[in-house]
Design a protein around this ligand. Sequence first.
Ligand code: F6P
Length: 345
Amino acid sequence: MHLGILTGGGDAPGLNAVIRAVVYRAVAGGHSVTGFQRGWKGVIENISRPLGIEDVRDIQKQGGTILHSSRTNPFKIENGLGMIAATLSSHAVDCLIAVGGEDTLGVASRLSASGTRVLGVPKTIDNDLNATDYTFGFDTAINSVTESLDRLETTARSHERVIVVEIMGRHAGWMALHGGIAGGAHVILLPEEPFDTDEICALLKRRFDEGRRWALVAVAEGASDPGLSRQIMHSSEPDAFGHVQLGTGIGIAEVLAGEIEQRSGLETRHVILGHLQRGGPPSAFDRVLGTRLGVKVVEMAEEGATGRMASLRGGEIVSVDLAEAVGTLRTVPPDRYAMAKLFFG
Ligand code: F6P
C-alpha cells in the first residue's frame, strides 16, 4: 500500500510525532509513504517528498511540522478537487492521511464523500475538535500559557499591577480556561460568554482593596464585551476558510487593558502570548498521543477504512467517523466555566 500524508492549518506541537509514527508503522507493515508539503496546497500543486525512516528518525522531539503547513482550502480553488485527484493518482496513493483541525478535516470529510480514500488525525492547540477527548498540541500549549502566567505573576506582584494576558482561541476558550486555572488567573474570559468590563473592573478593585494588590486576567483572543466602544482592529481579510484573522491588529488584551486602567484607575499592562504558545518542543503527553494516533491511522488504512479519524476516547485510540468531528466546534460548556469562576477575584 502507498500512503500520502499532509499537515494542514496552524501547526501544533506533536505533528512530527504523528509523521514519524505513520512512517515507522507503514514501513513495518511493508508500505511506503509520500509526504505532501504545505497542507492541501502540496496535494493541489504536487509538491511532495518520499518519507523513509531516516527522514523521520527522532523528529517526535521537534515542534512544528517537517512537512510545513498552510491554510489552503481546495474548495476555494478552481478545479481544486481535480488537481488533488490527478496528484494522488500520479503517486499511486492508495490512502491519504490528513492531519489537521476542523478546516483540514472538513476538507478530508468532503473529499472522502466524493470518493477519494482519506483518513484523518485530529490536531489543534485550541482543543476545539469534536469526537476526540483531547487534541495533541493542547497540552504543550497550556503548559506554555501556565509558565507565562507564573512568570507574569512575579512582575505583576512587584509593581502592584493588573496584567491582561491574551491567549489563543478564536471560537473556543479551552486554552484560556485550562491555562488560566493552572496558572491562577484571577479572571478568565472566553469567546463562549460575552463579558462586561465594568464587572471585571469592580472585581479587580475589590481584590486590590482587600490587599491582594496585583492581578492576572486571562483573556481568549476571541472573547468580547459587546459594550466596548474602542474598536478591535483585525485584518479585514478572512482566511481561506472564512475565519477572521486575529492577532493581526489591535487585539482584545490591548483594548481591555486600556479600559481597565481608565475605568478602575489600576495600573494595567497587556501581553499577547501569540505564537509562543504554538512553538517549541512538544510535551511528553503530546509526543505519545501523536505517536499512538499515527500508528492507529496506518492500521485503519490497512483495514481499508475511509472517511474516518483516529481519535482519543476514554484513554483508548479508536476509529470514529470524520463527519462526527467536523461541522461544529467543541466549545467550553457553561458548567465548566462556572467551576473556573469559583476561583475568580
Ligand atoms: O487554529 C489554531 C490557532 O493557533 C488559533 O488559536 C489562532 O487564532 C490561529 O491559529 C492563528 O493563526 P495564524 O498562525 O495563521 O496567525
